[in-house]
Design a protein around this ligand. Structure first.
Ligand code: FEO
Length: 166
């Protein structure tokens, strides 16, 4: 085996977690569409694609190491939200959960001597810092906006300007 059982199991779980995040962001995009906030919907769609890309990075690594990918099941995501702020708070909580899992992968790679996995995992550690920070920024902006519909529309336009690959 090119990967120990523990490392392989954790990497496979991570693939499912990233796909689950992708699914969840798509549900958030659908909610924003239903609320006539197309900019935030676009932002969430791009985020969903980015999570799929994350899953594929782990997928490719497992395959490159000559191991079998084992996908787990994905639960139905939350589809109803009370406000834009609630959605982004849920997104932040999700990202924090992913960060814990990525840090866990790093611990496994070190304790199990899976050094080939460390560059990939390190990339994700940096990525999580960025992801948490960008979602946190939106949460802060939405908190400040409060009930001001004008500011909400401005933020929607701003978030809609997000380009793919960020
Ligand atoms: Fe793939 Fe947003 O963590």
């Amino acid at each position: 085996m090119a990967l120990g059982e523990k490392m392989l199991g954790a990497l496979n779980e991570q693939i499912t977690m990233e796909l689950s995040a992708s699914h969840s962001y798509l549900a958030m995009a659908a909610w924003f569409e239903s609320q006539n906030l197309p900019g935030m919907a676009t932002w969430m769609q791009l985020q969903s694609l980015e999570e799929r890309d994350h899953a594929l990075r782990f997928f490719d690594f497992v395959v490159d190491r000559g191991e079998d990918v084992a996908l787990g099941s994905i639960e139905a995501p939350q589809t109803k939200f009370g406000s834009a702020l609630e959605v982004f708070e849920a997104a932040l909580a999700q990202e924090k959960g992913v960060t814990v899992a990525i840090n866990g992968l790093y611990t496994i790679a070190n304790t199990e001597g899976e050094y080939e996995a460390i560059p990939l995992i390190t990339w994700f550690i940096n990525e999580q810092v960025e992801e948490e920070s960008s979602v946190d920024q939106v949460v802060e902006d939405l908190r400040r906006a409060g009930d001001d519909a004008q500011v909400l529309l401005m933020l929607d336009r701003e978030l809609g300007a997000r380009q793919g690959g960020e």
